[in-house]
Design a protein around this ligand. Structure first.
Ligand code: MG
Length: 209
């Protein structure tokens, strides 16, 4: 029984559960849909606008805006998504996350234009999570080692952080401040020993997508 329990796979909705009518990725509706399924977590991508607002959106592009990091929040907000919702702020996401604490929020902090902006987005994210007292319900992921390093430096001790880019060993990621690795499944198929090494180091292993 203990082995079966240990092996139970946990599911994280990627950009929320949006593959459903009237939803769209990284929206409040996609988070609500994931919460209704009671999955382990719901992932969300975060960028910072040119005027310092943290928003939930996957890519740099939004409608005719080529780079959301160079646009203001009002410019982005004035253009609705395909399903009619507007691009949410991280704060709006946290308010919804607080309504259903069973589903964790997995916050992916996206690469920013400079290291200074990466420190800034990490600090603002950590502060907002603390404002809503969601430290226990939030985990972090990032593609940049520097972003992982900054989360480990600025978030409370014991915060779960996993590195996404697939190019470093579990031991190196642990030194970066990560509690886990979160690699593309095909990378883990090529490096099955990294799963074993991570577990031996007390780290968790996630695979995308
Ligand atoms: Mg993501």
């Amino acid at each position: 029984v203990s082995v079966a329990t240990y092996a139970q796979t946990q599911v994280i909705a990627h950009r929320g559960y949006h593959a459903i009518k009237n939803s769209y990725d990284n929206t409040i509706s996609s988070l609500i849909n994931a919460q209704k399924l009671k999955v382990y977590g719901s992932e969300v991508d975060i960028h910072e606008t040119s005027d310092g607002v943290l928003i939930a959106i996957h890519g740099m592009r939004h409608r005719d805006i080529k780079n959301v990091q160079k646009a203001t929040f009002d410019e982005i907000r004035s253009l609705p998504l395909e399903n009619g919702e507007t691009v949410p702020t991280l704060e709006e996401y946290l308010i919804q996350a607080k309504k259903s604490k069973k589903t964790k929020l997995i916050i992916e902090i996206k690469d920013q234009l400079t290291p200074q902006l990466e420190t800034d987005i990490v600090q603002k994210t950590v502060d907002l999570v603390a404002k809503y007292n969601l430290q226990e319900e939030v985990e972090y992921i990032a593609f940049r080692p520097f972003v992982c390093w900054e989360i480990a430096r600025l978030a409370p001790k014991g915060t779960k952080i996993a590195y996404l880019n697939g190019d470093y060993s579990p031991q190196y990621c642990k030194g970066m401040g990560c509690a886990g690795i979160d690699y593309k499944y095909s990378r883990l198929q090529k490096k099955p020993n990294w799963i074993k090494q991570a577990h031996e180091l007390g780290m968790y292993v996630n695979a995308w997508t």
